[in-house]
Write a protein that binds this ligand. Sequence first.
Ligand code: 13P
Ligand code: SF4
Length: 349
Amino acid sequence: MLATNEIKALLAEHYDLTPSLEKAEATRDIYAKTDRVIPLAEWAVYAPYVIEINRLKKERNAVILAHNYMTPEIYHGVADHVGDSLQLAIKATEVEEDVIVQCGVHFMAETSKILNPAKTVLMPDMAAGCSLAESITAEGVAEMRAKYPGAPVVSYVNTTAEVKAASDICCTSANAVQIVDAMEGDTVIMTPDQFLAQNVANESKKNVVWWAGSCIVHELYEAEDLRAYRESEPDIKIIAHPECTPEVVAESDYTGSTRGIVDWVHEHKPAKVMLVTECSMATNISDELPEVEFAKPCNMCPYMKKITLEKILWSLHTMGTEVVVEPEVAAKARLAVERMIDLSKSLKI
Ligand code: 13P
Ligand code: SF4
């Protein structure tokens, strides 16, 4: 991958990307969605990119699917559809455009490609990985099967196509408990997130066993810190993603997928809330919820943050980098992802 400075220099040969208050003015309707968190002078830097990306999207018949952890200029400025992993996977099966630009991490782009082998799926930065996806291989799944013969394998979507292909079904943080409960037999293997698995085990009627992977963003939160925060701010609502430890989840008022978190805050409109997840979540929804105060701290996902406006424009300009999944692997992985989508739809998740 080229360095951002090199990408900028190459883009400047084709587009006028100098910061412009005039272009900021021309994109005022988009800016209005995020003007409480992005100062106008900063938007003047983004606006030329936003204009070119939105123009090029039409020219290339492309759609941008963006995860809730994208920065606000991506989330509000250029995304066509935003959501959690489950929403993005379902949306990938519905879009009509020929090209999907995945603004998120690599496993999300792979999932889109697995579900749409005929479409071109572009990743603005192939190095946008995930500590969970990197923690297990198909051999790891085989090890778990050998240890727990006959137990079904439920793999989190935060896995590679090879791991999905070696699994019986996928799950996301939005449907994990229901998927595990729908499996046959008493014991269910969950990979690769030990904390998601432990949180599911606390709610499920199954005997859940797990692989020892973790998310480098969510594992950093400590229950003790949350307790101290609540003591100093007794009215605060604490909302945690289920990739946090069970101790952190036990301290929270609500736990759910990133979509579940967005919906919860919209529905309850607490005076003060702490989102125990990635930093962009609060920034992306704070304009829609001026009455809600979002407390820090938050942790940044270094993988998600690899996706920038420069790289998205470069991706659309060069039509790179294309995500490729070996057809045999994709066919098996598709079964695991489609089983999850079908089950989620039938359970109305
Ligand atoms: P969601 O499916 O809840 O959006 O989570 C994806 C993820 O990677 C969270 O770290
Ligand atoms: Fe992976 Fe954690 Fe980043 Fe989500 S936040 S993409 S689970 S490293």
